[in-house]
Structure formats: structure tokens, C-alpha cells
Ligand binder design. Structure first.
Ligand code: COA
Length: 164
């Protein structure tokens, strides 16, 4: 039987422990996961980290999973990217109920464009229900710490950006 490959897309600016938790859970269901950093090629400078920086950091913090996890970036439609890499599934993480409406809309639109690509939802661990990349960015920028919410390597990179 062929390996199952799922794409886990997001902006990952930066990846948090909550994202890593979803990757870990995804690997109990799929053989391989492609973490895909989505960026808008007309607004490349708009995030804190460049797409290449995000990819490099994700590679480092997901190295514990070996070659079952690969990392890439893409610009354009997610469903086109899934077709390009021959992935039949998109993984999305769900945190609080507030995520549902947005995820529902995205899933329906993706299904409209690509009925052959299925979206599956994995529930984040409760420790990560109320975290997000922008909240963590804000905490570090204001001199705080986010232990257990962001991998140590990424916390160091955040500190370098905000307090060079
Ligand atoms: N733990 C902690 N935080 C999490 C998380 C988790 N498990 N899952 C999501 N988050 C946070 C993210 O850090 C992010 O926080 P921020 O807004 O503070 O930066 C927030 O939740 C939203 O992240 P995410 O759900 O990954 O959405 P996104 O905006 O990063 O990604 C795309 C959305 C990239 C998947 C979507 O825009 C897309 O598919 N783009 C490609 C273009 C396309 O196809 N468009 C049509 C779509 S229908």
C-alpha cells in the first residue's frame, strides 16, 4: 500500500508547541506529513520571519520526527499545492470553538475547488487552546517568556528579532 501523505498548512510565524502537538498527533494517523508555510508572494516582508526563516526553524524543531516530516513553503492556492505534492489530505488543528467558523468556511471553499482533497481536524492539547503565534510574539516583544508554549530554539530566535 502507498504511504499516506497529509499537508499541514499555516502561516507558522513562528511555529509554536501547539503546532508541533498537531504534527505529533497527525503522525499517529498519517505516514508522512508535509508542513507547508503559506505566504503571499506580493507581501513577502509582511510577517515577522521570512518564509525561508520559518521553514528553517520548523525543520530544526521537527527533526525529532525524522523523514516522516518534511517542510516546505508555498504561495498560491493550498489545494493546488496539495495536488502538486500528491497529498489527498489537509490537516488542520482545532483549538477553541472560535476556530470552527473560519475552519468551516475554508474547508467548504477548498472542497468546492478540489472535492478530491479531504480536510481532517485534530484537536490541539488543552495546554495550547489559548495560544497563538501573535500572542507569543507579543509576550516576547514585551520582555516576557513563553516556556512550554514555543520551542526553546524559536523563543531564542524571537528574542533575537525583538531585542537584538
Ligand atoms: N497551537 C497554537 N496556535 C495555533 C494552532 C495550534 N495548534 N493552530 C493555529 N494556531 C494559531 C496560529 O499561530 C495563528 O496565530 P496568529 O493568527 O496569532 O498568527 C492562528 O492560529 C491562525 O493560524 P492558522 O489556523 O494556521 O491559519 P493561518 O492563517 O496561519 O493559515 C492558511 C491559513 C494558510 C491555511 C490559509 O490561509 C490558506 O490555505 N492559504 C493559502 C491560500 C488559499 O488556498 N486560500 C483559499 C483558502 S479557502
Amino acid at each position: 500500500m502507498e504511504d499516506t501523505l497529509a499537508v499541514y498548512p499555516g502561516s507558522f510565524d513562528p511555529m509554536t508547541c501547539g503546532h508541533l502537538d498537531i504534527v505529533r498527533r497527525g503522525l499517529t494517523v498519517f505516514d508522512r506529513i508535509r508542513v507547508a508555510v503559506a505566504y503571499n508572494k506580493d507581501k513577502v516582508g509582511s510577517g515577522l520571519f521570512t518564509p525561508d526563516e520559518r521553514v528553517a526553524m520548523i525543520r530544526e524543531v521537527s527533526s525529532e520526527f525524522g523523514d516522516r516530516v518534511t517542510v516546505d513553503s508555498f504561495s498560491g492556492l493550498l489545494v493546488e499545492y496539495c495536488r502538486k505534492v500528491k497529498a489527498g489530505t489537509i490537516i488542520r488543528g482545532l483549538r477553541a470553538v472560535a476556530d470552527f467558523e473560519y475552519e468551516f468556511q475554508m474547508t467548504m471553499m477548498n472542497r468546492h475547488m478540489a472535492p478530491d482533497v479531504e480536510t481532517v481536524f485534530l484537536m490541539a492539547d488543552q495546554d495550547h487552546f489559548y495560544t497563538s503565534s501573535s500572542l507569543i510574539r507579543e509576550v516576547i516583544a514585551l520582555g516576557g517568556h513563553a516556556p512550554k508554549l514555543v520551542p526553546e530554539l524559536i523563543e531564542k530566535e524571537l528574542i533575537k528579532k525583538f531585542r537584538p
